[in-house]
Design a protein around this ligand. Sequence first.
Ligand SMILES: [Ca+2]
Ligand SMILES: [Ca+2]
Length: 375
Amino acid sequence: MVMSTKQAPFIFCSVLCLTVSCKQESALEEKTVVVDEARASCHESMPSRFTTTVKSDSIKKGEVSHEGMVWIKGGAFYMGAADTEGRQDEYPLHQVKVDGFWMDVTEVTNAQFASFVEATGYVTTAERVPEWEEIRKQLPPGTPKPADSLFVAASLVFTPPAHAITLQDARQWWSWTKGASWRHPQGPGSNLEGKEQHPVVHVSWDDAVAYATWAGKRLPTEAEWEFAARGGIENQPYPWGTEAIEKGKPKSNTWQGQFPNQNSNWDKHTGIASVSSYAPNAYGLYDMAGNVWEWCADWYDAEYYISLKEQVSYNPNGPARSNDPTEAYVPKKVMRGGSFLCNDSYCKGYRASARMKSSPDTGLEHTGFRCVSSL
Ligand SMILES: [Ca+2]
Ligand SMILES: [Ca+2]
């Protein structure tokens, strides 16, 4: 099987479906998810990176520096969607209290991540060859091993089609690209020149945890992230309040125009922007809406908010295990904030309460992170 970016089965599960017998196809269809447009996002139901080899356990905890961080005074807030714009997993609105914490004012940059890699020799998930024994854990039982040619170090790169398409299948604009990684965000022909202040991308959750450990920090809980994103503005849809995203001045790096083939560039950034290119929220935090999605510490559970029985949840740190009914076999972590690919007519991931999820071993061109510290 030839792997080319445009035609090829860049989505691993699609590849699997093409390589198994008819008898097994029905089981595999569970992995080939066609997205319900009403609930779609720019990367909903994307495949896992399919390796959970964690090298982060060899990273020694560093000494935290508060440079580039801001103290977020804790407090109570209502978590979830206060309007009718939310997805099902954003309800019910519920009261949460979080203790104070330090938070990076920007997404972690390529320059910062490069310092980490230089200091530790860390190799990211996307730079490693996937391992079948790990892959099979996230597939329906009995799934046969796909062709060896598909086991390559790769990551998912945004490759927009030339014409308008229906938005039912995210595989149309994501390509499983050999050689794509944080060092080569658009694939082997790309590099980080002039992108030192861009957020690092193609980092898995495991990579983000490794960096945070080295920096003496941690990933934010989902509750901390949303509390911080709201900047003290209660029950409003965006980190800046209520103004519609395409009214007034550009407020964040998202997608304007017809997704995914036409970007009007109204916000002056077609792709990823340098961190802090737009105004911060009231807590001094940049890009809490848009630019890149940000990993949180918590497992994702579509029904987590429903499960909270307490009147007020104190420092909630997520469910004990993942629960994504759309992909039952794949454990997923929470991501927040939306990205440069989020569009008002489609994803709306930049809403303060919007939740997204991905498997901890997945890297994508629109996914990064920032860190927090309690100390
Ligand atoms: Ca943009
Ligand atoms: Ca962001």
